[in-house]
Design a protein around this ligand. Structure first.
Ligand code: PHE
Length: 358
């Protein structure tokens, strides 16, 4: 029969020398398995007298525990080594260029943005920008929303905490504050397009708390409502890629324009399918008007000398209409399947001469 001390030495030595998980398992079976050496000694205990059995049993149990622990520890070591070795052989060089087609796509928001900028740039508009966190003056007061004016409520404004000086900034509710920033800073003639993010506390099929608008502003000494109509007609035909698109202007109200109008484009909804440019029905597409004299005054311009027009439209709305995207909220879901379906090829920048949306 094995001597317990020798057995302990043998087994621990074998465990330490085991080179892989298989060898380790063989040791486990040879020691603790049904016919293993420790198991064999355990069976032998039955033939001993009680005193000797107690002492030998305790010694044997201690060795059994110790060997089991050594097996576990060695197993963990070997597993860590194996993982390390695998990681070394399977390392990916992330600096290598991708071998095949790139799988990224341009988001429809970006695509539409670039298309609109390309069209207005062709007409001589410069892109202007303003901050998304606005003060009350630029978002409302200078745009002829007097304090307490009900139209302020219509905007479902996100207010920031009141500052120490008592003022309260807002997340801009439209891109119209960029009109003010431009007119305060630059002398006419002015011809700008201001694309950007806007915010309103609203969320359903057709509203998201953040969305995008395009603001247009033209100021000089002679621009009149006819120019406004011609400019927007030209834009819509270029953007929707439809010649002789029917359009109409309906009287409307904005505090910062007078007269104000909403522009509709002709469409048909036959068979439940929306077709832009076909006759019969109308689709509301943007708000516009002649810049209000109070707005010119607030920017230090003399309304007797200067005049012009402004317009504002929703980027997601015109993207949905052109590309048949039914739900506004999906723009912001970051769903890759959606992006692969509605996205555009990268490096294919829209230009008016090259075709906007190939
Ligand atoms: N700022 C208006 C809105 O958000 C749109 C608009 C811009 C209307 C410029 C007229 C002129 O609804």
């Amino acid at each position: 029969m094995d001597n317990v001390e020798d057995l302990r030495g043998d087994l621990l030595d074998a465990v330490a020398k085991a080179e892989d998980l298989e060898a380790l398992d063989a040791i486990r079976v040879s020691a603790l398995g049904k016919k293993g050496r420790i198991t064999g000694l355990m069976k032998g205990l039955g033939g001993m007298d009680p005193e000797a059995r107690k002492a030998a049993g305790q010694a044997l149990n201690a060795v059994k525990d110790e060997v089991a622990q050594a097996l576990d520890a060695r197993k963990a070591d070997l597993a860590a080594q194996a993982l390390e070795a695998r990681l070394v052989t399977e390392r990916v060089d992330v600096t290598l260029p991708s071998p095949g087609e790139t799988s990224g796509a341009i988001h429809p928001i970006t695509q539409t943005w670039e298309e609109v900028v390309a069209i207005f740039a062709q007409m001589g508009f410069l892109v202007a920008e303003g901050p998304e966190i606005e003060d009350d003056f630029h978002n409302f007061t200078a745009l002829n929303f007097p304090p307490g004016h009900p139209a302020r409520e219509m905007h479902d404004t996100f207010f920031l905490p009141t500052r120490e000086d008592g003022t309260r900034h807002v997340l801009r509710t439209h891109t119209s504050p960029v009109q003010i920033r431009t007119m305060v800073k630059e002398k006419p003639p002015i011809r700008i397009l201001a694309p950007g993010r806007t915010y309103r506390c609203d969320s359903d099929m057709t509203h998201t708390p953040m969305f995008h608008q395009f603001e247009g502003l033209v100021i000089d000494k002679t621009t009149h409502f006819g120019h406004l109509k011609g400019c927007l007609q030209e834009f819509m035909e270029a953007y929707f890629e439809v010649k002789n698109l029917p359009v109409r202007f309906r009287p409307s109200f904005f505090p910062f324009t007078e007269p104000s109008a909403e522009m509709d484009i002709g469409c048909s909804r036959k068979g439940g399918e929306l077709k832009i440019g076909a006759g019969g029905d109308w689709l509301e597409i943007l708000g516009c008007g002649m810049v209000h004299p109070n707005v010119l005054k607030a920017c230090g311009l003399d309304p007797e000398e200067y005049q012009g027009f402004a317009f504002g439209m929703g980027l997601e709305r015109i993207a949905m209409l052109k590309y048949g995207i039914p739900d506004l909220r999906t723009f912001f879901d970051s769903d890759l399947r959606w992006l692969r379906h509605y996205g555009f090829a990268a490096l294919d920048l829209p230009t008016v001469h090259g075709g906007l949306s190939r």
